[in-house]
Design a protein. Structure first.
Length: 142
């Protein structure tokens, strides 16, 4: 993995910033963010991936304004749902590993203890619904 070409989406966020530094020892890191890769534009995402031809894609990009998502449904869905689906298609096309970060907002908060991947999602807001839609788009890509 030390010769990997790692493409990280989400340069300015907390997760992306941390990953940029932590993953550097594993290979060549390319980090992109808006406007270089506009997650509301599928062609922009495809272009960013195809420019690097990565062996690993890490998606730390997201629309994270939880409250604003209620009034910006289309933008939240484009960035959190459609964008990850496009990344998954590109990863499959390249035979590339895709690492994607979700959120506990895909759950309703009623469980005692830690959530696990096999728990049934039940998002209570648009942000959670948009992130779940992205998770499902990745799963559907195969």
């Amino acid at each position: 993995m030390h010769n990997s070409r790692i493409l990280v989406f989400g340069r300015v966020g907390q997760v992306g910033w941390e990953l940029r530094h932590k993953l550097a020892c594993l290979g060549q890191i390319s980090v992109v963010d808006y406007p270089e890769a506009d997650f509301a534009n599928a062609d922009s995402i495809r272009s960013a991936v195809r420019a690097v031809e990565p062996t690993v894609i890490v998606n730390a990009a997201a629309y994270t304004a939880v409250d604003k998502a209620e009034s910006q449904l289309d933008l939240a869905m484009a960035i959190n749902a459609t964008g990850p689906g496009v990344l998954a298609e590109e990863a499959k096309r390249l035979g590339t590993l895709l690492v994607h970060y979700s959120t506990d907002y895909v759950f309703d908060g009623t469980k005692q203890g830690a959530w696990v991947e096999t728990d049934a999602p039940n998002p209570l807001n648009i942000y959670g619904k948009s992130k779940l839609a992205g998770d499902l788009a990745i799963q559907a890509s195969g």
